[in-house]
Design a protein around this ligand. Structure first.
Ligand code: NAP
Length: 242
């Protein structure tokens, strides 16, 4: 029986790596992205080249409430049932504490927390029994974040959300977990200056950023192992243990 997964922010980085692993397993994929339609199309073509899967792209900005309706209507119209939902799209705001505005704070919280809550509420009936939801949390939701207050606090909320959702998803026979990556070599990190990256690497016991594929493997473990429920699995290469 063909399986289907929805991945928010599925066209690059961690989301793309999870999509690649699932395409290799023969999953049909619905991938959302924010604005880079060129790369989204390239990713979809690459994935379709891996195996005979269908890949649907949805431009759906997680900072917009309309995107929730857009995704829900798309699934309803096409009568799509999901086996897996990966809430991966996330944003940050790196403005200094003194400069951050209420609207910056609300924007990050909306994208990282409110959006997945209300999207899940809209589509929970489209997730098959025995299905699985996996969030992308962050080490910065556990260790205090030196760069963005709102990002760290919003990812802590994601971790708490996962644990709280467990009970609410029991009636649907859906499990929910999160992967909390440390530092992953994606576009998100590649813009950091070399000296900042070196400083980060010096604190990681394995001495390097992770590859997105190493993070994707943990998503698959959480989907496959049916005894994981309400877990936040940290994958940080031993950050601060050096
Ligand atoms: N990289 C890390 O070190 C790291 C560590 C811990 C947690 N994380 C978390 O991992 C997740 C993915 O990060 P990444 O490093 O894989 O990033 P990435 O390589 O920059 O990829 C981001 C993906 O999300 C999409 N996206 C960005 N903003 C969006 C929005 N507002 N609405 C919908 N989609 C959006 C992008 O689409 P467009 O290209 O169209 O913008 C792209 O598909 C985030 O939740 C992040 O907080 C990352």
């Amino acid at each position: 029986m063909k399986k289907t997964a929805l991945i928010t922010g599925g066209t690059k980085g961690i989301g793309k790596s999870v999509a690649t692993s699932l395409a290799k397993r023969g999953y049909d994929l619905i991938l959302t992205y924010s604005s880079d339609s060129k790369i989204a199309k390239t990713t979809a073509d690459e994935l379709k080249g891996l195996s005979a899967v269908n890949v649907f792209l949805l431009q759906a900005d997680s900072t917009s409430v309309d995107a929730i309706t857009g995704i829900a209507e798309y699934l309803a119209e096409k009568e799509i049932m999901l086996d897996t939902v990966i809430f991966n799209a996330g944003i940050t705001c790196r403005d200094a504490f003194e400069q951050i505005t209420l609207s910056d704070w609300e924007r990050v919280f909306f994208a990282n927390v409110h959006f997945p809550v209300f999207l899940l509420q809209s589509i929970v009936g489209r997730v098959s029994k025995g299905g699985s939801v996996v969030f992308t949390g962050s080490l910065m939701g556990i260790e205090p974040h030196s760069v963005s207050l709102v990002y760290g606090v919003s990812k802590s909320a994601v971790h708490s959300l996962v644990k709280n959702l467990v009970k609410f998803l029991v009636p649907y026979d859906i499990r929910v977990n999160a992967v909390a990556p440390g530092f992953v070599d994606t576009e998100w990190q590649k813009t950091k200056p070399t000296e900042v990256r070196k400083s980060i690497e010096s604190k990681i016991s394995v001495g390097r950023f992770s590859e997105p594929e190493e993070i994707a493997e943990v998503f698959l473990m959480l989907m496959d192992n049916k005894y994981f429920n309400g877990e936040i699995v940290v994958v940080d290469g031993g950050y601060l243990y050096k």
